[in-house]
Write a protein that binds this ligand. Structure first.
Ligand code: R5P
Length: 295
């Protein structure tokens, strides 16, 4: 292992040069993967735009019933037509999502903490690869806790899932967690996202931050960005706009969609930003138009 003290701070991200190893595939870092992996990645990232709108409603895995997700069976059918991927637990999917859905599936496979704990960083792999295969999951989501008490066990979980994923050609989505005590700086996100990619994840979920373009450039796999806590709709659309402008391959948004007063309209507006290059302002006008039509 390199001597920590002797390391130079990374600074040249060559922002004017696109990723050099795209080959003939539309997903960053995936050119050398096999057909099965690429097929799953193509269900996540639209082959035309290269981007994705993932809808995260896996919050119940540690939060139980959450505002906006009280009835998965009622909200998911309203949103499913407007998103590319459903990110959920196996329980949420099997009980409340019709198997006829055309969406890709990001299956959460780790768990082990709840809102009752102060330290949420200790999880286990709770869903086996056989069940991910049975559910035809397009990727398996693993929570990771870089710099937290649970770092070692979460990276152990991640590595096991990645190893199984390679056996059966199912991509792994590494999720960068930000705890109460954890940093939310570009330095932290550069470290965490790059570690997850180098450990073998095919997709990394993280947060927006200052110098986000550097984080994207330093990570050789696509980044999808969590929405975080609920913001007013115009601000959430600005977040989506900034992350796409900064080079993210999409969003993996939860609360900023399902806690909106108008979740379906919000999902459609986010889609315009991600897939059609709308500015945040145009997307918000579009959202207002949709809402006004409904009223
Ligand atoms: C992280 O713990 C889970 O994947 C969450 O479901 C997801 O990150 C939350 O999305 P959002 O922050 O947009 O509600």
């Amino acid at each position: 292992m390199a001597d920590k003290d002797g390391l130079k701070v990374a600074k040249n991200y060559h922002l004017d040069e696109p990723f050099a190893n795209m080959g003939d595939f539309h997903v960053k870092g995936a050119a050398s993967l096999d057909w099965g992996m690429k097929k799953h990645l193509s269900r996540i990232f639209d082959p035309i735009t290269g981007k994705t709108v993932m809808f995260a409603f896996d919050h119940g895995y540690f939060m139980g019933s959450t505002s906006g997700l009280e009835r998965l069976d009622l909200i998911i059918p309203k949103l499913e037509p407007y998103v590319d991927v459903l990110m959920a637990t196996r329980g949420g999917l099997r009980t409340c999502v019709p198997a006829s859905t055309r969406c890709g599936v990001a299956l959460r496979v780790t768990s082990g903490s709840s809102m009752m704990n102060d330290d949420l960083s200790h999880e286990v792999v709770a869903v086996g690869i056989e069940d991910a295969i049975r559910m035809n999951a397009d990727c398996m989501a693993v929570q990771t806790f870089i710099g937290a008490d649970g770092q070692l066990s979460s990276l152990d979980n991640l590595s096991k899932v990645i190893n199984d994923g390679f056996k059966y050609s199912i991509p792994t989505l590494g999720v960068v967690a930000v705890g109460k005590e954890m940093e939310r700086t570009d330095r932290f996100f550069k470290l965490a996202t790059r570690m997850l990619a180098e450990l073998g994840c095919q997709i990394v979920k993280t947060y927006y931050c200052d110098n986000f373009e550097d984080v994207v450039a330093a990570c050789p796999v696509p980044l999808v960005i969590a929405g975080g806590k609920k913001l007013p709709e115009d601000e959430a659309l600005t977040l989506a706009y900034n992350v796409i402008k900064g080079g993210a391959a999409g969003v993996d948004m939860g609360r900023n969609i399902f806690q909106s007063e108008h979740p379906a309209e919000m999902a459609q507006a986010v889609r315009k930003v991600v897939h059609e290059g709308f500015t945040d302002k145009d997307a918000y006008d579009y959202y207002r138009e949709l809402v006004d039509k409904e009223i």
